[in-house]
Write a protein that binds this ligand. Structure first.
Ligand SMILES: *Cc1c(COP(=O)(O)O)cnc(C)c1O
Length: 401
């Protein structure tokens, strides 16, 4: 059996296992050394200095590369470092097409670099086919995509956009942080580059920051690795070792995150205090069919809109114990975030409203606690939300509903 025949699950579990030739360690050793000896004058070994290359980081890069079906990968210190590296592929003065509803940190970086003249950016609505086709009519170096988006879980048709981009000479980067290669492989759908914040599901335990860039071809991998080393953005050996440990259980974690998320989405969909639920796994999601076509699953993030706005949010959050109020996502523990005052607070109120992020919106990162416990806690929290019935001053107490 060659490596190419192995399932993703097997590759992730076996990454670097039995590589140690000195002691026969089963798990790959952690090489913390910042520097490596030359075996003689003019005789460098495979590694010389850990910024440019480190054996522990290589094991993680190889594993991520295999899982994304790429030609090469570069492991970075954070997700934003991976995005910084990928953006070096836009030449000075050339065009970048980016989604207006991308991750806030990505938006801020692209905006800041464009303002200082690094490149030109056009913010595009990739949910609107006419809009992206029109944007691609003018040459661009790079197209930036995220699917599903944060926090509204809207999808873009990755395959269709990749085909049109290729025809127009632009390369496509997909930020695959939300689904991971366990549930979506953008390179297989035609993308040229995948970036990750491994801080989220890939590490999965909320205890490491990291990122990765995976490329479909060797030449781009070399360019990316050159910039990462040049700018000092590569990841540490220790973080790589920790992330590798998380990666081994990615598939089983994603399966359970998703099963729990689906249970939450179903419960929320039926509750009168909830105005809307955003989850691509629900048949009521407007892009459910696209999700079935381009993803292998629906992920572990569910967003909901409480009918009662911010007062309802306060009642809902009050006393929640199994959902910690925090930013970030993808860890084994459940988190809840209020985008309007947390992740998206830097946007103006008008920009937030235009993006569909109201004061009643909450994002759940559904963890691996028992689904029964999580459901009971959500029911209880929704029971604290007092419903105002339109046209009536009466307040309905749902605590026994
Ligand atoms: C968190 C996140 C990032 C940034 O990653 P860091 O590891 O925090 O630097 C980028 N993209 C998405 C979609 C994210 O969720």
């Amino acid at each position: 059996m060659t490596d190419g025949d192995l399932d993703l699950t097997t590759r992730a579990v076996r990454a670097g296992i039995e590589d140690d030739r000195h002691y026969g360690a089963v798990v790959p050793p952690l090489h913390l050394s910042s520097t490596f000896t030359f075996s003689g004058l003019d005789r460098p070994r495979r590694h010389d200095y850990s910024r440019s290359g480190n054996p522990t980081r290589d094991v993680l890069a190889d594993a991520l590369c295999a899982m994304e079906a790429g030609a090469g990968a570069c492991v970075t210190a954070t997700g934003m470092a991976a995005i910084t590296v990928a953006l070096q592929l836009v030449e000075p003065g050339r065009r970048l097409l980016a989604p207006a509803d991308c991750y806030g940190g990505t938006w801020r970086l692209i905006d800041a670099l464009a303002r200082r003249g690094a490149f030109e950016v056009e913010w595009v609505d990739f949910h609107d086919e006419n809009a992206w086709k029109k944007a691609l009519a003018t040459p661009a170096d790079l197209v930036w995509l995220e699917s599903p988006t944060n926090p509204l879980l809207r999808l873009v048709d990755i395959r269709a956009i990749c085909e049109a981009s290729r025809a127009s000479g632009a390369r496509v980067v997909v930020d695959n942080t939300f689904l991971t290669p366990a549930l979506q492989q953008p390179l297989v759908l035609g993308a040229d580059i995948v970036v990750h914040s491994t801080t989220k599901y890939i590490n999965g335990h909320s205890d490491v920051l990291g990122g990765a860039v995976v490329c479909a071809d060797a030449e781009t991998t070399d360019r990316v690795a050159w910039w990462a080393n040049c700018m000092g953005l590569t990841g540490s050996a220790f973080d790589s070792w920790m992330t590798l440990r998380g990666l081994r259980t990615l598939e089983v974690r994603m399966r359970q995150h998703q099963e729990n998320a689906r249970a939450m989405a179903r419960l929320l969909e039926r509750h009168p205090a909830v105005a809307r639920v955003h989850y691509p796994g629900l048949e009521s999601h407007p892009q459910h069919r696209l999700a079935v076509r381009q993803q292998r699953g629906f992920g572990g993030i569910v967003s909901l809109e409480l009918a009662g706005g911010k007062p309802a949010v306060r009642q809902f959050l009050d006393g929640l114990q199994l959902f910690s109020l925090a930013e970030s996502l993808g860890g084994v523990e459940s988190l809840v975030a209020h985008p309007a005052t947390m992740t998206h607070a830097a946007m103006s109120a008008e920009a937030r409203l235009a993006a569909g992020i109201g004061d009643g919106l909450l994002r759940l990162s559904v963890g691996l606690e028992s689904a029964g416990d999580l459901c009971r806690e959500l029911e209880a929290a929704l029971g604290r939300v007092h419903l105002h019935v339109p046209g009536s001053p009466r307040v309905i107490d749902l605590s026994n509903a």
